[in-house]
Design a protein around this ligand. Structure first.
Ligand code: SER
Length: 316
């Protein structure tokens, strides 16, 4: 990876990935791009920034050629809950951004990181220690676009030799940019509300276990996979990666170690409950560990300490 384009640089992962990549590869070598400029100052001013609508293939291609890009991180996606409210737009955006990325990567003979998600699994998938290779019949438009994206990415690798790679991210917990429209958003909001109000009303019920990961591990996974020796990769799109399996009660218990008076109550959102019930309780990520030495660093305790420290300062 010498010249990198991060598409979706204003989003939850993109806004932090840009900084992470610029620190490793040099600010001038990482072009941040989004459809609007609504992202942190340091993303826009810390290196090159371009307005790119991922669905406008012509301008997208022009910018890739202009900067001599060799690697595209496609982080454009409409998440699960928002996708259920706008299925046509979700499909158009999620598949359109990927298709343009793949076609442009094919033209430049480049590499592409395209993340999939726990949302790619469905009600018939084994729920506990979900294997790498298993039944995937999701019933959200987000999940369907993710499975289709995994297959299409493998197709571009096999048919055209495009260096496509990806991980199935769990819920990502972070403190820079809020996620928007996902089923796992509560796991971020709970920390903000713990600082602001010392209480949180959760829209998923107690016992709704889902895989989660702290942002530094999510960033590390993306770069480590893209730098992995291709000879070792038997899989490509996409690898299960996880750090912890949590439900709201476990998170609240950990937060109370720092904020003893923290209160958790529930007002569940039926759409989110239904989606969460079809996603794994916990994923088996041993294939990523075998093929590219994946290993998470943050557990619930270290993540919670860091999240609360950072948010305490940010929300003052
Ligand atoms: N965080 C995403 C969502 O909740 C899952 O990948 O939709």
């Amino acid at each position: 990876m010498k010249k990198i384009l991060v598409l979706g640089a204003a989003g939850q992962i993109g806004s932090e990935l840009v900084v992470y990549l610029r620190n490793i590869y040099g600010a001038d070598n990482v072009v941040a791009a989004d459809v609007h400029k609504n992202c942190p100052d340091y993303v826009i001013n810390g290196g090159p920034f371009e307005l790119i609508d991922a669905l406008d293939g012509e301008n997208f291609r022009k910018q890739v050629l202009k900067y001599n890009i060799d690697t595209i991180f496609n982080l454009v996606a409409m998440l699960s809950v928002k996708g259920e409210a706008n299925p046509v737009l979700a499909w158009k955006l999620n598949m359109g951004a990927l298709f343009n990325s793949l076609e442009i990567a094919r033209e430049i003979k480049g590499a592409i990181f395209n993340p999939s998600s726990i949302g790619a699994f469905g009600p018939t998938t084994p729920m506990d220690l979900t294997p790498q290779d298993t039944l995937m019949r999701p019933n959200t438009v987000y999940g369907i676009s993710k499975v289709a994206g995994e297959l299409l990415s493998d197709y571009y690798y096999e048919k055209f030799g495009v260096d496509t790679r990806g991980v199935r991210y769990p819920g990502i917990i972070s403190n820079v940019t809020l996620p928007g429209g996902g089923t796992t958003d509560y796991a971020v909001e709970i920390y903000y509300e713990a600082i602001k109000k010392k209480s949180y009303t959760c829209n998923l019920p107690a016992g709704a276990f889902l895989d989660m990961m702290y942002m530094p591990d999510a960033l590390k996974a993306a770069v480590q996979l893209m730098e992995a020796d291709p000879c070792r990769l038997k899989h490509r799109n996409c690898f299960n990666v996880t750090a912890m399996s949590l439900d709201p009660e476990i998170m609240a218990k950990e937060i109370r170690k720092h904020i003893p008076e923290f209160k958790l109550d529930y007002e569940v959102d039926p759409v989110k409950v239904k989606i969460a019930a079809t996603w794994p309780n916990s994923m088996d990520d041993s294939v990523a560990r075998d093929e590219w030495d994946w290993k998470h660093e943050y557990d619930l305790a270290t993540m919670t300490t860091d999240m609360l420290n950072v948010l305490e300062k940010k929300l003052k």
